[in-house]
Ligand binder design. Structure first.
Ligand SMILES: Cc1cc2nc3c(=O)[nH]c(=O)nc-3n(C[C@H](O)[C@H](O)[C@H](O)COP(=O)(O)OP(=O)(O)OC[C@H]3O[C@@H](n4cnc5c(N)ncnc54)[C@H](O)[C@@H]3O)c2cc1C
Length: 328
C-alpha cells in the first residue's frame, strides 16, 4: 500500500468514486481564513523555540480534553491537556456526544468510512424543505452553507485517535492572560501558549482581565437527546431532519443498532447537552483576535463560537496554527 493515502486504504474504490468528489474539505476549510499570529507572538515563539533547543521546552497547556483537546495533543504530543472531569470517560472517543461523523479522516490515524444519507422529512432534501427545517430551529438567518450540510449522500469518517494523556480532575478556575498562569484549586499552572477548547463564554468568565464582551450576545439552545435500540441494524448513518414545527424533535439519526432523537425543547428522560445549538455573535471574531494577542488560542465550534464549524475544519486550523507558531 506504499504511497496510498488513508482514504485509499480504508474506503472501497466504488464509494470513493461515487461520493468523495462531494467532500472537498479545502473549499470548506477556506471559509475560516488564516490563523492570526500577531507579529509580537511570532517573535515570542521564536524565543520559545530557541528555549526548546537548548534549555527548557515551550509549555503548551490545553483546557479541555474532549475531541478537540485530543486533536491538539495529537498535533503537539508534549501539550498538557487539563480536564475538569473527575473520572476519565470509559472510552476517550465517547466524548463525542451522540451520533457524530467526520467529513474527512484525520491524517495519520486509522480511519474508516461509511455512507451518510441525509433526509428532510424522510425524503431527499430540497431548498424548500431545508428552509422549513431551518425556520423550525430558528436558524434561517444564521448563514452557513446549507447545500453542504444537506448533501443527500456523502462519505462519513470515523478516526480512531490513540488514547490521549489527559489530566483529569483538573478544574481551571481562573486565567491570568498577562501572567501566563492558570489558577487551579490548589496550585498555579504556568504556560507559554494557552489553548482553549471550552465554550468561549466559559473561558471569558474565567479571565482576570480580557476583552470586553456582552454575555447576552452568546445565544444558544440546549439540545435534549434521547437514544433507543433498534431491532435491525442500519448500514452507514441516516440523518432525518424534521421540518414540522409541531413535532418537538428536529432530527432522528440511525447508526448501527441505535436511534438518536434530538430536540431543542425540554423532553423527559433526555440527556441535556450544553451549550447545544449556538448562534453567531457579532463580536466573537474580534474577541478571538484579542485573546490571540495574549497567546491564547481557541479551537473547536464552541471555543470559537462558530456555529457551523466541524471537527475536520478545526483539525486543519490546528495544523495551520502549529506551523505558524513554529511547533513543527
Ligand atoms: C449534538 C451534536 C452533534 C455534532 N455532530 C458533529 C458531527 O457530526 N461532526 C462534527 O465534525 N462535529 C459535530 N459537532 C460539533 C463538534 O465538532 C463536536 O461536538 C466535538 O466533539 C466537540 O468537541 P470539543 O472538544 O470542542 O468539546 P467538548 O467535547 O465539550 O470538550 C470540552 C472539554 O472541556 C472540559 N472543560 C470544560 N470546562 C472546563 C474547565 N473550566 N476546566 C477544565 N476542563 C473543562 C469538559 O469536561 C470537556 O471534556 C456536533 C456537536 C453537537 C452538540
Amino acid at each position: 500500500m506504499d504511497g496510498d493515502t488513508i482514504r485509499d486504504q480504508f474506503v472501497p474504490n466504488a464509494i470513493v468514486a461515487t461520493y468523495y468528489g462531494n467532500t472537498d474539505g479545502g473549499a470548506r476549510t477556506a471559509q475560516y481564513g488564516q490563523t492570526r499570529i500577531p507579529s509580537h507572538i511570532v517573535g515570542h515563539v521564536d524565543r520559545l523555540k530557541r528555549k526548546g533547543e537548548g534549555e527548557e521546552a515551550m509549555q503548551v497547556v490545553v483546557i479541555g480534553g474532549g475531541f478537540i483537546g485530543q486533536l491538539v495533543q495529537l498535533a503537539i504530543p508534549e501539550a498538557r491537556v487539563l480536564d475538569w472531569r473527575k473520572t476519565p470517560p470509559a472510552d476517550h472517543l465517547e466524548t463525542r456526544v451522540g451520533p457524530q461523523y467526520l467529513w474527512e479522516p484525520i491524517d495519520g490515524v486509522p480511519s474508516s468510512a461509511f455512507l451518510v444519507t441525509t433526509l428532510v422529512d424522510g425524503k431527499e432534501p430540497t431548498d424548500e424543505s431545508i428552509l422549513r427545517y431551518k425556520r423550525k430551529i430558528g436558524k434561517e438567518s444564521d448563514g452557513g452553507d446549507w447545500g453542504l450540510q444537506f448533501q443527500h449522500e456523502m462519505l462519513g469518517w470515523s478516526s480512531q485517535l490513540s488514547k490521549p494523556r489527559v489530566e483529569y480532575d483538573q478544574l481551571v478556575r481562573m486565567v491570568d492572560l498577562q501572567g501566563h498562569a492558570l489558577g487551579m484549586p490548589t496550585e498555579v499552572i504556568r504556560y507559554d501558549l494557552l489553548v482553549s477548547t471550552i465554550p468561549l463564554p466559559a473561558l471569558l468568565g474565567m479571565l482576570l482581565t480580557g476583552p470586553a464582551y456582552d454575555i447576552n450576545g452568546f445565544k444558544s439552545n440546549p439540545i435534549y437527546m434521547a437514544d433507543e435500540d433498534l431491532q435491525n441494524e442500519t448500514e452507514g448513518m441516516i440523518l432525518d431532519y424534521i421540518s414540522d414545527p409541531l413535532v418537538p424533535w428536529y432530527r432522528h439519526t440511525y447508526a448501527g443498532i441505535k436511534k438518536f432523537s434530538e430536540s431543542i425543547h425540554p423532553q423527559l428522560g433526555c440527556r441535556r447537552i450544553m451549550p447545544g445549538k449556538i448562534h453567531p455573535y457579532s463580536d466573537s471574531e474580534s474577541i478571538l483576535a484579542h485573546l490571540e494577542l495574549d497567546a491564547c488560542f481557541c479551537f473547536g465550534r464552541f471555543a470559537t463560537w462558530r456555529p457551523d464549524e466541524l471537527a475536520h475544519q478545526t483539525w486543519q486550523q490546528i495544523l495551520k496554527w502549529k506551523k505558524a507558531v513554529g511547533c513543527d
